[in-house]
Design a protein. Sequence first.
Length: 258
Amino acid sequence: MRRALVRPVSESLSRCELTCIERSVIDLEVATGQHRDYCQILAENGLIVQTLPAAHDLPDAVFVEDTAVVLDELAVITRPGAESRRPEVVAVIEALAPWRELVHLTAPATLDGGDVLVVDRTVFVGASARSNEAGRQQLATALDPWGYQVRAVPLSGCLHLKSAVTLVSDELLLANPRWASMEAFGGIPHIPVAPEEPHAANSLRLPDRLLLPAAFPRTRERLEDAGIATLTVPAGELAKAEGGVSCQSIIFDDGLAQ
């Protein structure tokens, strides 16, 4: 079975960390409702949704993806680039311990899970303000025994790698080439987002469909034309906190317990 770890929207979301966008007013009630809809979609698409304890003193806790990189063989507990986010990993460690061997990144490494995109045995890591060279090196060391190769991807103008590039099928990417160097992907084909929808590259693969924010109809049309079945969820309030649809969950196969 596929399991999705999620965490409720924090009551302090308005104090979230921001890097690439200006702060604007976030409607907490709307954000909470959008996250509730998101969790319902995961459940309706066959995932076991496991909700972690709320952490209302941690503004960014809803963006749980940044706290761990979970592969079939192990889970790497990250050291988030924003210091305020580092306490978020405690609950994630407890949730993942029954399912995976855990490896922990240590200082001076920083790494956000939103900077990590796994394509087969290659792990692409965004060279962002949140993930440094030490983080990439420690990740590479942890994954090397399992045959994974780690590659850095230059970024410009976005928070995380998955703000700019996500995997929509086994060998196809959705990308904003203005934000990520596509040369780093070694020729893997990609569908470019609609130019007027620069934030549309963040998507989430579900068992039979691709989940997108509802605000990007032209990019959705491009995906559907390419034969990718999609569905959408409203995500506008969480986008004000630099969040997308991938960062609200950690999804993994729970049949691989150690």
